[in-house]
Design a protein around this ligand. Structure first.
Ligand SMILES: NC(=O)c1ccc[n+]([C@@H]2O[C@H](COP(=O)([O-])OP(=O)(O)OC[C@H]3O[C@@H](n4cnc5c(N)ncnc54)[C@H](OP(=O)(O)O)[C@@H]3O)[C@@H](O)[C@H]2O)c1
Length: 234
């Protein structure tokens, strides 16, 4: 299996590379030129194409012949970075390729997610500060996902909860809507976010889904599993 990782040099991207290589996949990584050094540990085992991830020609070359594309969607700057990146992947990936995108819980597919007041306040505050500083364009990540959801490609949008570093705890669990009890703990190890994305490449059950994920060892995930077991036992 040959895959492309768009945004390979970031914290999530490096975990994606690691999981993909462990599975024996052939990996093409795209990252900004100034970040190539961050992939030093992998440089002999992957092909690196340097450049901005919204460079359409670069993405066209990177995804050629790939069975899957893992894209770290980030709303940096005020240059439509996320939507430009997503559009290039949607336009140039092979029609049958599995396309997996990362984002956060703030993205909603059907408007049925239920957010806490604190969560909504934090997203609004972060968006406002970022806009003032012209650092991040949260609305563009929303636009990127709108285009993905409207696409007929074999996409999955993985919506990460708050992330933390640490050893893998195993494959995160997921639900269709933020607000579902299983997700209450709102925490996932970054290494396991990446694991979920790499596993999704071979899971056709996740095609056209936008799973919101949470760590499988978090309190809410364990409570949910115990509740399910109790139902089976009764
Ligand atoms: N952080 C969280 O708590 C959290 C929570 C939920 C979901 N997520 C999602 O998880 C994914 C990864 O996020 P992360 O926070 O863990 O960060 P990350 O993996 O470190 O990724 C950040 C990415 O943004 C790139 N980047 C940084 N500055 C940039 C700039 N000025 N212009 C263009 N690209 C730039 C980085 O590339 P370089 O290597 O070139 O710098 C890297 O590819 C995202 O899709 C995010 O929406 C994050």
């Amino acid at each position: 299996m040959k895959i492309c990782i768009v945004g390979a040099s970031g914290k999530l991207g490096k975990y994606l590379v690691q999981h993909a290589l462990e599975r024996g996949y052939e990996v093409v990584g795209v990252c900004r030129e100034k970040s190539v050094g961050k992939l030093e540990d992998f440089q002999d085992r992957i092909t690196i194409l340097p450049g901005p991830t919204n460079d359409r020609e670069l993405i066209r070359k990177a995804v050629a012949g790939c069975d899957g594309v893992l894209t770290v969607l980030v709303p940096w700057g005020v240059q439509k970075y996320a939507s430009g990146t997503a559009q290039a992947v949607l336009d140039y990936a092979q029609p049958e390729a599995r396309l997996i995108f990362s984002c956060g819980w703030h993205i909603t597919r059907d408007g049925k997610d239920v957010y806490s007041k604190l969560f909504l306040w934090l997203v609004a505050a972060a968006g406002w500060i970022a806009r003032i500083l012209r650092l991040v364009e949260l609305k563009d990540q929303v636009e990127a996902c709108r285009r993905i959801f409207a696409s007929s490609t074999k996409w999955t949008v993985v919506r990460g909860s708050d992330l933390e570093e640490g050893e893998s705890q195993g494959l995160p669990v997921w639900s269709r809507h933020v607000g579902d009890p299983i997700l209450r703990s709102n925490r996932t190890r970054r290494v396991d976010f990446a694991l979920f994305m790499v596993e999704a490449l071979a899971n056709d059950g996740l095609i056209h889904e936008a799973p919101a994920i949470v760590g499988c060892q978090t309190e809410s995930a364990l409570e949910y599993a115990a509740g399910q077991q109790a139902q089976v036992d009764s």
